[in-house]
Structures are given as C-alpha cells and as structure tokens.
Design a protein around this ligand. Structure first.
Ligand SMILES: Cc1cc2nc3c(=O)[nH]c(=O)nc-3n(C[C@H](O)[C@H](O)[C@H](O)COP(=O)(O)OP(=O)(O)OC[C@H]3O[C@@H](n4cnc5c(N)ncnc54)[C@H](O)[C@@H]3O)c2cc1C
Length: 442
C-alpha cells in the first residue's frame, strides 16, 4: 500500500477563482481516494471571490458575510491548506518556498517554509498595473485584494461622514470620486458607489451634500468597456448617464495628485477619492521566475495544455497565465470565466498526467459578458453558443441578465461548497435580507 510520502504531490499556489476550484475538484477526485496529495497555498486565511470586490469597496456587500475559511474548505474537499506567500521556486529540486508570515505588528508567526512538488500550478491572479504613471501609487486606491476593498470602503465612508459634519464649504474635489479605467471593474464600481451614496442619505446622513458628490470614469480608449462589444458599451453608457456618472473617454491620465487626475485633454479632473482600475499585470515575483518564460506583464507563458513553455511539471491558469487563444492571436482574457474553465480542464489534465496519458488542450469559450450596474440594471451580451443561436450574440438586460450574472458566482460556490450548502445559504439569505440594511454601514 502506498504511503502519503509516495503519493503524487500537487501544489496549487493561489486559492482564487481558479486555484480554489481546482484544489476542491482535485481533492474530491484524487485526495479523497488517496490517489494524490493536494496542497493549496494562499497568502490569506480566507477566500472571497474577486469579482465581488467592487461591491465590498462600495459597502454594498459585507466582506465578512461572504468570506470562506480555507481551512474549512480544505477539510470539506479533501485537500491540505497552508498559509504563506510564495516567493521562490527551485525547479531542479522541484520545490517552492514561502516568505515568513507576519502579524499586523510585523512579528513573524510562521517562518519561511519549503514544499516539494511533483506537479505545480500557479494560480496567483493579477494586480492593478499603474504603468509607472506619476503619483498613482501615492494617491490612488486599488481593488486587488479584500483588504484594499475594505480600506477603500473605510476611506469613502470617512469622507462622507466628514462632509456630513462639516460646517465650512466643501473643497472642490472633496466629494468627487474618479475611477481610472472604464473596464468592467471601473464601470461596475461607479454604479455601486452611486447606489452607496443614495443609501447613506436614506440611512440618515441626510445632510450629505449629494449634489457635490460626483462620480467620473476616465478612460484612454474612445469608449467605455473597450474590450467588449460596442453595443454593450453604448447601452451601459446610456444607463450610466441616467445616474449622472460622468464618462471622460479618450483621456490619457498623465499624473495623479492629491487633488485629482491630470489628463492630456482636460487637465485637472478634481477628485480627492481616486481608484486606479486601469489594466492588470501578474505579480512581480513571477517575472522570469527560475528561468520560466514570462511576458511584459509578468504572466507565465503557457502552451495550450496550460503547461509552462519551459517546464512540463509546472502549469499556470487564470490571470497569471499568458495562454494563447486557438482562433485568434490574442491571449485568453483575464476573466473569472476563463479561470473557471481552465481549472475544470486541469482536473482532467492532472489525472491524465498521473496516469501517463496525453493532456487535453484548452480552448477558451466566451459565453458573453455581463455588466452589473448595482441595483439599477444588468446588461449583457450572451454568445450564440450558450443560447443555441449560431448567428451571433444576443443582448440581454434586467432580471434575466442579473440572473445569468449571479449564476457565475453560484457555479463557483457550488464547486467549493457543494449544492446543498449553497442552496440552503441562498434560501437563508433570501429570507433574512429584509431584516438587514442593504449595505455595510460602518
Ligand atoms: C472588482 C473586480 C470585478 C471583477 N468582475 C469580474 C466579472 O464580473 N466577471 C469576470 O469574469 N471577471 C471579473 N473580474 C476578474 C476576475 O476577478 C479575475 O479574472 C479572476 O478572479 C482571476 O482568477 P484567478 O484564479 O486567476 O486569480 P484570483 O481570483 O485573483 O486569485 C489569486 C489568489 O492568489 C493568491 N496569491 C497571490 N499571490 C500569492 C502568493 N505569492 N502566494 C500565495 N498566494 C498568492 C491571492 O491571495 C488569491 O487568493 C473582476 C475583477 C475585479 C478586481
């Protein structure tokens, strides 16, 4: 009988949209039957699905209610969880190391550790790319992690409370919010923030000078949602206009200051609250890590099998992978649906690898894009392959679009928590929603 030591050891770095699903699926398929040992390493103790972060930032979602403990998920899904931030790779020895883990006061409570692997999967996601633009690091907030989203929420609330209590006139940009980047994140955040301001007034900050609150989105391309179909962009722009979100398209930001953004066309756009959501890059530590091939935004270059180009023992998925598309010259876009699909395929790939069978290749299937404008509306285009319309994509809006939007998150929850638990929590949330405020008010 094989002992733990003889088992094939799969290490997954990063328990996000893709990595956690992979760990849960492999755990249930291989870990449970003691056919492999699966270890998930993440630098945080809890998981929150990243596409929810703009709701956390606006306070329309309470991050403490939706976060899940990795240890509990590991126990349920037959994998092992280890806390740590990976920093180095030794391909010769087939081992990775994590940096020491520190508490909030900077005291080390877990030393640097080393883990041996037979198969290694990078699923460390991406972070915002400030392209080295002057002042962005110092003056803008980011939404890459749950901590950053929580910090933004506090910052936004404090600004609102200060303005509410202020007896002297507001400064020009005091309650102005500017979001750099009109991708899905920036656009959805603008609507959530608009909703949040209204809720604050409804809940008692009735002296808040709402007319002084202004939300602007700045975008270098000529239209919002430049990576998505123009029809979806137009409809979304109209919906944003209805709630007075200002769109400044075709504006290249040259600098961020405490007072606002400076652009090449209009000069200063006053805003003391600034979010940078324009562009992504993979974490810096991945750049050419131990000789692996990476691109200019640090993504690991992978083949269609998701194996890294220089090492067949190492795979990458999701935002941190530069994966070629089968039909165009582009790479697979950094989206939760891609991470989900890739995790799904890697379950099969890794089983095949253990059984010395050929690996499948990944083909990105675009099921469409959905933009959720808080409680106002949801707009999307569903691709023909999803709805049986071979002629092309179809626009959907309102409740149906909202339902499809929610289903991506539900699918993620089902993979990691199981159908029964997700059904019961959904019913419980539905029954208790009337008893709670619709936003986090502290
Ligand atoms: C606000 C916002 C809204 C979005 N909305 C949508 C949407 O509506 N639809 C959509 O398709 N996509 C959306 N996205 C994009 C989507 O979130 C990502 O494409 C997706 O999460 C990528 O999944 P991933 O598994 O590659 O990485 P992630 O989900 O980012 O997970 C990465 C994990 O790696 C961990 N990690 C990072 N570095 C290390 C390290 N060195 N050591 C250990 N662990 C590490 C992190 O803690 C994290 O748990 C949105 C993104 C944002 C920020």
């Amino acid at each position: 009988m094989s002992t733990q030591k003889d088992l094939h050891h799969i290490i997954i770095i990063g328990g996000g949209a893709g990595g956690l699903e992979l760990a849960a699926r492999l755990g249930n398929k291989l870990g449970k039957k003691k056919k492999a040992l699966i270890t998930l390493i993440d630098c945080t103790l809890t998981h929150l699905w990243k596409p929810l972060l703009h709701e956390v930032a606006a306070g329309t979602l309470n991050s403490y209610e939706d976060e899940l403990s990795y240890l509990a998920l590991a126990h349920k899904n037959h994998f092992t969880f280890r806390l740590g931030r990976m920093d180095t790779l030794n391909r010769n020895k087939q081992e990775i190391s994590t940096a020491p883990t520190l508490d909030n006061n900077g005291n080390e409570y877990i030393p640097s550790r080393t883990f041996k692997y037979d198969t290694l999967v990078f699923a460390v996601g991406s972070q915002t790319n400030d392209f080295g633009i002057k002042g962005v690091k110092e003056h803008c907030m980011y939404l890459d992690t749950r901590t950053e989203a929580d910090l933004f929420h506090q910052h936004f609330f404090r600004n609102a409370y200060t303005a509410h209590a202020q007896t002297v006139p507001l400064r020009e940009g005091q309650l102005k919010i500017a979001i750099a980047g009109a991708g899905a994140t920036g656009v959805e955040l603008s609507a959530e923030l608009h909703q949040a301001v209204n809720q604050l007034v409804e809940f008692g900050l009735d002296d808040l000078p709402v007319d002084d609150v202004k939300i602007s989105i700045l975008e270098a391309a000529e239209r919002i949602l430049p990576a998505l179909p123009s029809g979806l962009s137009d409809k979304t722009a109209k919906a944003l206009a209805k709630i007075d979100v200002e769109i400044l398209a075709g504006q290249r930001i040259t600098e961020a200051t405490a007072e606002g953004f400076i652009t090449d066309k209009v000069g200063l756009v006053p805003a003391e609250i600034k979010v940078w959501a324009a562009g992504i890059k993979a974490p810096d530590f991945l750049a050419r890590i131990d000789g692996l091939e990476s691109n200019r935004i640090n993504q690991l270059v992978v083949k269609e099998t998701l194996e890294t180009t220089h090492d067949d023992n190492i795979f990458a998925l999701g935002d941190c992978a530069a994966c070629p598309m089968q039909v165009t010259d582009d790479n697979v876009p950094p989206r939760a649906q891609a991470a989900h699909q890739q995790a799904d395929m890697l379950v099969k790939s890794i089983r095949n690898r253990i059984n010395n069978k050929p690996l499948p290749t990944y083909n990105y299937v675009d099921y469409g894009s959905l933009i959720n404008l808080s409680r106002y509306t949801t707009i999307g285009n569903m691709m023909g392959n999803l709805i049986g319309n071979k002629a092309g994509s179809v626009m959907i809006e309102g409740l149906l679009a909202r339902f499809v939007y929610m289903s991506l998150y539900k699918m993620h929850q089902v993979v990691i928590q199981g159908v029964i638990r997700v059904t019961l929590t959904t019913i419980a949330n539905f029954l208790t929603q009337k008893t709670k405020p619709r936003m986090k008010l502290h």
